[in-house]
Every structure is written in structure tokens, then in C-alpha cells.
Design a protein around this ligand. Structure first.
Ligand SMILES: Cc1cc2nc3c(=O)[nH]c(=O)nc-3n(C[C@H](O)[C@H](O)[C@H](O)COP(=O)(O)OP(=O)(O)OC[C@H]3O[C@@H](n4cnc5c(N)ncnc54)[C@H](O)[C@@H]3O)c2cc1C
Length: 412
């Protein structure tokens, strides 16, 4: 099908969603000289409930793109050792020390990270990022996806593309429009997400606390704690029917150092509920369409690895598709299937570990009887060894089948 010559209505590659997967793919394709349009439904990247954890695999990609120095200038914390406070006892669990080339996890507000990628993309003339443009459905030509329908502040339009890549996250519109099926692995929990002020005397790191039938993760964002309070799946309506004091009590019971700030949790309105979901599509593609990141495989927050896997997917997709896209060759389904083949194993392995932790650790920690969870003595003994604590750090930090930037850079 001939492309509409109006660049507003046609592109080589349309990327739906400006999250980590979409922004990285848009940047890599534009850098390789491909005309790429990224559609993002929000007007900016300023959303509080995005994960912040930039793992070594992503640091490596930033280094390969020459963006690491700029990244290091963003406000961030580095964590080399992640601990749990389990029934009052501190237990180091994930240890990056000794890993090479990066021996830490960077905690960076995701909006800063996405702005960095957007600014890097704008250096290339073929990068077209459209904020407040929402993909509402797919256009088809014969059996092939031929573009997307878009709603924007200036009205609705159709954007034709030789290839559409859906990076629109866990509630993907494009996945639904394509009718792709997968497996929902379930999750025993959802997350209440809110901020609490920090004080100079608070503990320093980022850590999880499990006790009294509750589980909470405190992410140190310097001026405040980004708090993730884990609750049983589907309990949101019941919780919100209770006075806010019930939540304040539970938070302070887990972290007594927050008791002088309990009223900073003003009301239920200040609290977002984030539904946790773990699933994976059987097929990540149809003719003319590829899905990557959470759109293909929704990740649990465990290990803070979803952003990083989404970025690895984007790098793999760009490595496979940038050259044929730039040369104007038609992308056939076998090329899209190759991207899935490359990325599916790393995703499967991480999801399997996440499901084991969800089912064996988190479900038990949330049991209503409030008994403090216990770590078996053998596990505690093993975790006293750095080499054992390095294993989850290596899996979550670098993953298996680590991707590297293989796409060329055309002069900006
Ligand atoms: C409670 C919770 C906490 C988490 N914490 C972490 C963490 O700390 N670290 C981590 O690595 N992972 C975390 N994750 C997982 C992580 O959020 C995802 O795995 C990751 O964001 C996936 O990136 P993505 O680019 O595929 O999708 P997303 O980040 O979901 O990005 C999708 C983008 O598409 C846009 N979009 C959606 N629909 C449309 C449309 N129709 N048209 C245009 N744009 C659209 C959205 O606005 C969004 O910007 C967490 C998940 C949950 C549920």
C-alpha cells in the first residue's frame, strides 16, 4: 500500500506508547535513520506511579549510547545492597557489589529518565514524538496491520505505518485490538502507592519491611519516601471503606520511625492503587505488528525489573529491524517472530522467579493471622554469603541474554 505523503499521516514505524520500551525504541530507530513516530497519550512523563529502578543492564545500554554521563547528572540514589526488615531483623538479600561493569542499582524518577531519552531522540531529524496522541485502534489492509487510529487535541486521524510496535503497557489497547491471547499468571497482591516525608534521622537505604501480616517497601527519593504498601489482591474497595487511620496504624507499626509523620497520609484520595498483573502473550506479533515490554508480558514489580526488560526488548527489536526499516524493505512476520524468540526466554525466567516469590513469600507475608514471617535458617545462612546474594542481583541486574546496541548511528 503506498504511504500517504503527508508526514503527519504516514511513517515508517509507529511506536504506540512513550514508556521505557517505546522511548528507547523510538530513540534507537531515529538514531539509525528510520522515520519513527512515537505516540504517547499523556501530555508529559510526570507520573508518580512509574518504577524508578534502573538496573545495570540499562546502565550498560546508556553507556553504549553515550548517554551515561548525562544520566549520572539526573537526581538519583545508588544502591549496592538491598535488604529486607523481616520481623524486625535486617536481612541483606540482593547484593550488587563485585558485579561488573556496574555494581549498583540507580533509583531515578522515571520522568527524568524518559525526558533524557526524549531529548536524545530529538537530536535526530526522523524522530517524531507526539504527546497527547492516543492510539485507539488498528488499521488493516488485507490481513496486515497498516497503521493506527489516533485521537489528538486537534481531532482524530489515521496514521499509516509499515510497522506498528505496541509499547502501550499492561492495559495495551493495541493488544486488545489485535485480539492476541496469552496466559494470565495472576498475582496475590496490589500496591497502595503514596509519599511520606523523610527526616534526617531516617534510615538511608531502600528496603522492604514484612511483619504483622503486612508488607511495605520504602523507596528513598531523598526528600520523601515513595511508599509501596502491599495489600491482598482485590481488597481495595474494602480498605477504602475503612477510616484512613487503619492504614496509618499499619504503616507506623511496620516502620515506627514514621510515627511523627503519620498524618501526612491525609486521606484515601492521596493514595493510588496499582493493580499488579503478570501475564505473557503466546504470540507477540501479527503481520505488520510487534508487541514488546509490558504490552507483550506484564511484569510484577518484584525485583524492579520491568523497565529494564522493556528496554532490553526495545534494543533487541531495534537490532533486528532498524536496517530493513531504513532500507525500505517490507518487514515479514518471520523477522518479528525472531524478536520474540530472542526475548521470550529472559522474560519467562524472570516471571517464573517473580511468581515463586509472589506465591511463596508475599502470599505468606500477607496472611491475615499476622504472624511474623520467618526466613528458614538454611536460607539465612546462605544469604550471609555475598556470592549467594549476588545471584538475584545478577539475574535482576543483568538478566540472561543481555542485549547490546548493534544499530548504527547516523549523524544527528
Ligand atoms: C505497582 C508496580 C510497581 C512497579 N515498580 C517497578 C519498578 O520499581 N521498577 C521496574 O523496573 N518496574 C516496575 N514495575 C513494572 C514496570 O512498571 C513495567 O514493567 C514497565 O513500566 C514496562 O514498560 P513499558 O514501556 O512496556 O510500559 P509502560 O511503562 O506501561 O508504558 C506504556 C506507555 O504507553 C502509554 N500508552 C498507553 N496506552 C496508550 C495509547 N493507547 N496510546 C498512546 N500511548 C499509550 C502510557 O501512557 C505509557 O506512557 C512496576 C509495576 C507495578 C504494577
Amino acid at each position: 500500500m503506498p504511504l500517504d505523503p503527508n508526514p503527519l499521516h504516514s511513517t515508517r514505524c509507529c511506536v504506540v506508547g512513550g514508556g521505557p520500551a517505546g522511548m528507547m525504541l523510538g530513540l534507537l530507530l531515529a538514531r539509525a535513520g528510520v522515520a519513527v513516530t512515537v505516540l504517547e497519550k499523556h501530555s508529559d512523563f510526570l507520573r508518580d506511579f512509574r518504577g524508578d529502578t534502573v538496573h545495570p543492564s540499562t546502565l550498560q545500554i546508556l553507556q553504549e549510547l553515550g548517554l551515561l554521563q548525562k544520566f549520572k547528572q539526573l537526581p538519583q540514589r545508588r544502591e549496592s545492597l538491598l535488604s529486607g526488615l523481616i520481623a524486625g531483623r535486617e536481612q541483606p538479600v540482593v547484593d550488587f557489589r563485585g558485579l561488573r561493569p556496574f555494581d549498583y542499582l540507580a533509583l531515578v524518577p522515571q520522568w527524568d529518565f524518559l525526558n533524557l531519552l526524549a531529548d536524545a531522540g530529538r537530536r535526530y531529524p526522523s524522530f517524531d514524538l507526539r504527546m497527547r496522541h492516543t492510539a485507539t485502534g488498528l488499521m488493516r489492509d488485507g490481513g496486515r496491520v497498516a497503521g493506527v487510529r489516533v485521537e489528538s487535541p486537534d481531532g482524530a486521524y489515521e496514521l499509516r505505518a509499515d510497522l506498528v510496535v505496541a509499547c502501550d503497557g499492561r492495559h495495551s489497547t493495541i493488544r486488545a485490538a489485535a485480539g492476541l491471547k496469552g496466559t494470565d499468571y495472576g498475582a496475590p497482591m496490589d500496591v497502595l502507592w503514596f509519599r511520606m516525608p523523610r527526616s534526617a534521622h531516617d534510615p538511608q537505604g531502600t528496603f522492604g519491611i514484612a511483619n504483622h501480616g503486612h508488607l511495605m517497601v520504602l523507596l528513598n527519593r531523598n526528600e520523601y519516601w515513595q511508599t509501596a504498601f502491599v495489600v491482598p489482591k482485590g481488597s481495595d474497595a474494602e480498605l477504602r471503606a475503612q477510616p484512613i487511620d487503619r492504614l496509618r496504624d499499619a504503616v507506623v507499626r511496620l516502620a515506627p520511625f514514621l510515627s511523627d509523620r503519620r498524618d501526612s497520609i491525609e486521606s484515601w484520595d492521596a493514595i493510588s492503587t496499582l493493580a499488579v498483573q503478570v501475564d505473557r502473550l503466546d504470540r507477540w506479533h501479527t503481520p505488520g505488528l510487534l508487541l514488546i515490554g509490558d504490552a507483550a508480558h506484564a511484569m510484577s514489580p518484584i525485583g524492579g525489573v520491568g523497565i529494564n526488560l522493556a528496554i532490553q526488548d526495545a534494543v533487541a527489536a531495534a537490532n533486528a529491524l532498524a536496517t530493513p526499516l531504513r532500507e525500505g524493505r517490507r518487514i515479514d512476520e518471520a523477522q518479528l517472530a525472531a524478536v520474540q524468540r530472542r526475548r521470550e526466554l529472559p522474560v519467562r525466567v524472570v516471571q517464573r522467579v517473580q511468581l515463586a516469590i509472589q506465591n511463596r513469600v508475599i502470599s505468606r507475608a500477607l496472611e491475615a493471622d499476622g504472624r511474623p514471617p520467618r526466613i528458614p535458617w538454611l536460607l539465612r545462612l546462605l544469604l550471609s554469603l555475598r556470592v549467594v546474594r549476588n545471584r538475584p542481583a545478577r539475574l535482576f541486574g543483568y538478566g540472561i541474554r543481555q542485549e547490546h546496541v548493534r544499530t548504527p548511528e547516523l549523524a544527528p
